[in-house]
Ligand binder design. Structure first.
Ligand SMILES: [Zn+2]
Ligand SMILES: [Zn+2]
Length: 212
């Protein structure tokens, strides 16, 4: 995508991830390392090497912060051709902006939750933890439960035949087998909803899909 669209998506991902939004630049580096070292000792998150889900998430967070602050040494090949916007890197992913998100969330709940449905406030923590929740679903469960179509060397699985909850990202075994393919569905019954959006963006000229 162009640098302008890159900025648009920087902002969009910041809004949709809110309180737990993470830098696309750092995430790109981290995710490339996961593919390169999947389920080995150097993997940034692996249920095979981490004792519990929480232990895995905390270790990932530590590496994430290390990459972000330049204290974690990573290979040059993981750093090329990634999105980068200095302004967002500087101001969007720190505690002052998180406090801002917290105020926004609580304000929305305050005005949106009806008096007779106060139980809805119980959903608030889910909004505060959107990104780690999604991370846990894929990085832990999509390396433990589900079915495997491809006999790859890592433990990746496809979470469910009809992935309605993560819109196609749950076809994680397919993704590990063909990581360069934007379409995660490999069987007739698998439907990658995100891929439809990607093809739409490609058709509109917002992005350009790699023909390979
Ligand atoms: Zn994986
Ligand atoms: Zn991937």
């Amino acid at each position: 995508m162009s640098k302008t669209w890159e900025k648009v998506f920087y902002v969009f991902s910041w809004i949709t991830q809110g309180f737990t939004s993470i830098s696309p630049n750092v995430y790109g580096k981290l995710h490339r390392m996961h593919h390169a070292y999947a389920d080995t000792e150097k993997d940034v998150h692996s249920p095979k090497y981490d004792k519990s889900l929480i232990a895995m998430m905390l270790r990932t967070d530590k590496i994430f912060k290390g990459i972000r602050h330049g204290t974690f040494q990573l290979e040059e090949r993981f750093c090329k051709n990634l999105p980068h916007w200095e302004f967002m890197e500087k101001y969007a992913y720190n505690w002052p902006t998180r406090v801002l998100w917290a105020i926004i969330y609580i304000t929305i709940y305050y005005f949106a939750v009806p008096q007779n449905s106060l139980w809805m406030w119980a959903l608030l923590p889910l909004h505060f933890l959107m990104t780690p929740l999604q991370g846990a679903i894929i990085n832990w469960f999509a390396h433990r439960v589900g079915y495997r179509t491809h006999a790859v060397s890592d433990t990746s699985t496809n979470l469910m035949p009809l992935d309605i909850f993560t819109m196609g990202e749950g076809y994680h075994n397919n993704h590990h087998a063909h990581s360069g393919n934007a379409n995660f569905s490999n069987k007739w019954y698998e439907f990658d909803f995100s891929y439809r959006i990607i093809t739409l963006f490609n058709w509109l000229g917002i992005i350009q899909l790699n023909k390979k």
